[in-house]
Design a protein around this ligand. Structure first.
Ligand SMILES: Nc1ncnc2c1ncn2[C@@H]1O[C@H](COP(=O)(O)OP(=O)(O)OP(=O)(O)O)[C@@H](O)[C@H]1O
Ligand SMILES: [Mg+2]
Length: 376
């Protein structure tokens, strides 16, 4: 299979091609969703949530189990969400677009949706509601999959990506209650709600005072294991008739701290620079390219931070374990202990640091390498 096509993919989900490992998580998510257990999935950015959900979705989607995927990334309000929700459910209600239009008319009692169909209905089909009416009868939209599922004797699985974005809507508090009230009564609809902001996801799902408390099974997606990455890299090179040693594959994996996106990106640069065999020079060049490409993003991140926040990052980067000790506070100029507490929270909210078992973890391995080069 010699050619110019890289076996490594980054920047898009990898459910079909270039997907590796995740057997356990795949099996668990699949059996949950087929077993009608609502499932929440959380991991830091770019570890592979969307890829995993897509792969499971593709596997279980069938005549009797209809899988809908909605990405909230660009959806900014409750009304817009409801319109997209209705549209996507309708699109899965039949393989014929003529039916979507009919269903839009038949399955609502109070609401009268405006349906618009373009030249190519599969990409150009939309549903609009009168927003005043929608406010009053949003239950009808939220219950649409259950109504259709009952009528047709099927199941719906509804996957909502970046679910935590809902909490930015100004109507979130009342909407959250409404969603939960409608969804928990459904018998033939299962939800997979996932997102990268652990803090916000836990806020929605893990507080006993909140509507979505105990809505289902809460999964933390782990990183892909080191051995799996190494064999994935070895195989991908071998399949494309290039040679990399186990040590070199381990070097890539370890430098990237098993971070899904970055292992793929680094491997890709190495692969492109290699005609036959990977060399030390190639590894170094690829590393330089990786850092260069990502530098503007790191610079922007750093520029958004205050001095004491930056100093806190320096302390963490240098391996300081006791950031609240008087010595560390003086050595790194961290400000008052109040400052430290606030800054800690901000750096976690910005997804730069993560607290795991009481220790700070730097989430972006390349950012850390870059930071250590320029800020020491
Ligand atoms: N199972 C996998 N095998 C190999 N590579 C993977 C896998 N999952 C993810 N990746 C790599 O990580 C990248 C990010 O994956 P994905 O978009 O699924 O992550 P995500 O957690 O949804 O990210 P975000 O939080 O930014 O939405 C992919 O483009 C791919 O390079
Ligand atoms: Mg994603």
């Amino acid at each position: 299979m010699q050619g110019t096509n890289t076996p490594f993919v980054f920047g898009k989900t990898v459910s079909m091609f270039s997907f590796t490992n995740r057997e356990e998580e795949f099996a668990k998510l699949k059996s949950n969703l087929l077993g009608r257990i609502n499932t929440m999935l959380v991991s830091p950015r770019r570890w592979g949530k969307s890829s995993l959900v897509e792969k499971v979705a593709h596997d279980i989607d069938s005549e009797t189990t209809r899988v809908v995927i909605i990405d909230l990334f660009t959806i900014g309000s409750e009304e817009e969400f409801l319109e997209v929700f209705a549209r996507e459910v309708l699109k899965k209600s039949s393989t014929r677009w003529e039916d979507w239009v009919g269903h839009a008319k038949n399955y609502f009692k109070q609401l009268m949706p405006k349906v618009s169909v373009g030249v190519d209905p599969t990409t150009d089909f939309s549903i609009g509601f009168d927003w005043k009416e929608l406010k009053k009868y949003s239950d009808e939209v939220l219950n649409l999959p259950e109504v259709i599922a009952k009528e047709k004797g099927i199941q719906f699985v509804i996957c909502i990506d970046e679910f935590q974005n809902l909490s930015n809507y100004n109507t979130f508090e009342s909407f959250e209650k409404k969603m939960r009230a409608v969804w928990q009564r459904q018998k033939q609809v299962t939800y997979c709600l996932y997102g990268s902001n652990r803090h916000m996801m836990e806020e929605i799902f893990n507080h006993s005072s909140k509507p979505f408390y105990r809505f289902g099974d809460f999964m933390y997606l782990p990183k892909i294991k080191r051995e799996k990455w190494i064999s994935f890299i070895l195989e991908s090179f071998k399949n494309t008739e290039k040679t990399i040693t186990e040590e070199q594959a381990a070097f890539i994996t370890d430098k990237m701290n098993c971070h899904s996106w970055y292992v793929q990106q680094f491997s890709h640069y190495v692969w492109v620079k290699t005609s036959n065999e990977v060399t030390e020079t190639i590894l170094q060049d690829a590393m330089r390219e990786l850092i260069d490409v990502n530098t503007p993003f790191f610079q922007a991140q750093v520029e958004s931070l205050s001095n004491t926040q930056l100093n806190l990052l320096k302390a963490v980067a240098s391996g300081e374990k006791q950031i609240t000790s008087v010595r560390a506070m003086q050595d790194f100029k961290l400000g008052t202990s109040n400052n430290i507490i606030k800054n800690r929270e901000i750096l976690i909210k910005k997804d730069i640091l993560q607290l795991s078992q009481g220790n700070f973890e730097w989430l972006d391995p390349v950012f850390l390498i870059w930071f250590l080069r320029f800020f020491k």
